[in-house]
Structures are given as C-alpha cells and as structure tokens.
Design a protein around this ligand. Structure first.
Ligand SMILES: [Zn+2]
Length: 187
C-alpha cells in the first residue's frame, strides 16, 4: 500500500487559556485551509515565537484548540531561537522547552515547545490491514534520489484519523519528498 505523506511546517495548538490571552477572550478563529485529518484545519491567524533575542514570525495556529498549548517547531528552529525543544510525540506534555508566544492581544510564556516525532495517522481498520497497532514504532520508506528509510515512526490509530504519514519540512527535504509523494511501510 502506498501511503500518502503529509509535510508539516512549524505550528501551534492553543489551549483555551492561551488562546484568550493571545487573541482576546472568546476570539473566533478563521479557517485558512483544511488539513488531511478530518475536522482539523489551519487558521488564518498566526503568532510570533520568541526566545532570548530571536523570533520566528507568522507561525500558523491550528484548529481545534487543545486542552494544553503546544508549539511544534523544527530542529533548525532550535538553532534560530536558541531553544532546546525535545523530539517528542505530539501531545506529550512533560519536559518541553520554555518559549514565549506573542499574539495580537497579548503574550504567554511556558513549557510549550517540542519537535514532533514523525508519525503515521490511520484508522483502526487501516492499522489492521497494515498489520500494525496504536503506539507501534514502524519504519517507512520513500524512494528517489534522496530515498531513505524513516525509523521510529509512531503509529496513531484512531477512527477519526485519516491515513497519512507525517513528517516536518526538514525531514521531507532530507528525503527529497514533495507534496503528493507516497511512502511504503517496511515489514
Ligand atoms: Zn500528525
């Protein structure tokens, strides 16, 4: 089975508390574009990430809000910001890097930043067909001039997910992946 690949740029998921502080209480976020996971989208709104003297602007806010705020950056961003965000499964809340988020109505500061570990979204049925299960670590291959094998791909099997192998822009560039490319599960 050829599995679609989703390429993520840096982005933030906001908790309600931080959303209220950054954009004003009860602010209604506007849809910019859908992403592959059902019911989720990128918003028109962006924030600025700040650490020490450095900043990264125009970082996209994702919808829906989550229970806790999470800033997903890339390894290279750690060098830009002088942060030390660890590679973790998205949704992990322990030992994240401190970072400041600046929005139009205010700013927040806290242990929000991680680098998302590469992962495969799929339904329970997809997982069964692929012979894998939730939280497995699997290998995915891509082809081409920079073809390589991605190890430690975390499986996220849930019925409200769509089949999609998620890497960030750096990983995609390292493997020469372009939008629309596909990957294969290695057994
Ligand atoms: Zn994902």
């Amino acid at each position: 089975m050829r599995i679609p690949i989703g390429i993520s740029n840096r982005h933030v998921h906001l908790g309600q508390l931080e959303a209220d502080k950054l954009f004003g209480p009860g602010y209604a976020f506007k849809k910019f574009k859908d992403i592959t996971q059902p019911g989720q989208y990128a918003c028109e709104e962006t924030v600025t990430l700040v650490w020490e003297k450095w900043k990264i602007e125009k970082v996209r806010v994702m919808w829906p809000n989550r229970r806790t705020t999470q800033v997903e950056i890339m390894v290279g961003d750690n060098f830009i910001l002088w942060t030390n965000a660890p590679i973790e499964v998205s949704g992990e809340t322990k030992d994240l890097a401190y970072i400041k988020i600046v929005g139009p109505a205010g700013e927040v500061y806290g242990p929000f930043a991680l680098v998302a570990q590469r992962h495969l979204h799929c339904t329970i049925k997809d997982a069964q067909e692929l012979g894998i299960k939730n939280n497995d670590l699997i290998k995915m291959r891509v082809w081409g001039i920079r073809g390589l094998v991605f190890e430690n791909v975390d499986v996220r099997a849930r019925d409200d997910y769509a089949l999609d192998f998620h890497v960030d822009i750096e990983e995609a560039n390292a493997a020469g992946i372009k939008p629309g490319d596909r990957a294969e599960l290695i057994r």
